[in-house]
Design a protein around this ligand. Structure first.
Ligand code: ATP
Ligand code: MG
Length: 241
């Protein structure tokens, strides 16, 4: 589904990702771990086509993803419908005047009828337990409330792939459990999940694969979950990330 070959990226002349080789198959549940500044969010921005590699190739479902690809508005639209991205910083994501409109935005862009939009928004509000926020202005919400609305606004598009950059950060344990159970359910329903977190212990029993980034912006571990969970030194190490 996703394939990175020898990808490097620098915002400046300093590399934020260094020679990354990575393939992700359909219906994997991949969890990215690593220190602050190691390059996880940068990798997500590349996956979503928000930035392009300084070096190396990114192939999505057999197609080279580069600036040229996004010049075709049909293919760009299809790409963004298939891949839902929840940003680490919700303020970047939320721009509508009400929570309802925020969640309705994607379905409306897809051209769904207003009846279908109402159903989708209502399903997402209920799923995330945020019905009470429906008429509020996203900009005025608390950090945790914003995160839940941002997740709802992506789920309303019903994407094949969900990329979640630290979806658990800033939430109560109860809200974290809600998010984890939703992600698990979506994975079970056949979606591909790629997420990052600093909460290894909370998530560890669910992903199918763990990837660890180093301070040097390289991948230093890429292993199936069953191998990682059998190694207590490794799980202790990842719990510190
Ligand atoms: N817009 C930017 N301009 C310049 N440097 C940037 C920019 N965004 C990120 N960086 C740098 O790129 C490197 C990787 O950052 P990135 O945000 O990908 O890390 P991360 O692994 O997501 O960290 P965290 O766990 O704190 O979210 C860091 O050194 C960071 O300072
Ligand atoms: Mg990050």
């Amino acid at each position: 589904m996703f394939s990175f070959s020898d990808i490097s990226y620098g915002y400046t002349d300093k590399l934020s990702l260094d020679a990354i080789n990575l393939s992700i198959q359909k219906n994997e549940f991949v969890c990215l771990l690593g220190p602050n500044g190691s390059g996880k969010s940068t990798l997500f921005k590349l996956l979503n086509g928000l930035i392009f590699p300084s070096k190396g190739n990114y192939i999505y479902n057999g197609t080279l993803i580069n600036a040229q690809f996004f010049k075709n508005s049909m293919s760009a639209k299809k790409f963004h419908q298939q891949i839902g991205f929840v940003f680490q910083n919700s303020d970047v994501q939320l721009f509508n005047t009400t929570v309802y409109d925020e969640i309705a935005f994607g379905p409306r862009q897809m051209g769904l009828s207003e009846i279908e939009v109402i159903t989708r928004v209502s399903d997402c509000l209920n799923l995330l337990n945020i019905k009470q926020l429906e008429t509020r202005t996203p900009y005025h919400l608390s950090g945790g409330e914003k995160k839940l609305v941002a997740i709802a606004s992506v789920l309303s598009l019903n994407p094949d792939v969900l990329i979640l950059d630290e979806p658990l950060t800033g939430l109560t344990v109860q809200a974290q459990e809600t998010i984890i159970s939703i992600i698990k359910e979506l994975h079970r329903a056949g979606k591909t999940i790629v997420m990052s977190t600093h909460n290894f212990n909370q998530i560890k029993n669910h992903p199918t694969r763990f990837i660890e980034f180093s301070e040097n912006h390289t991948i230093i571990l890429d292993k199936p979950a069953e191998i990682v969970l059998r190694d207590s030194n490794l799980t202790n190490h990842l719990a510190l990330m």
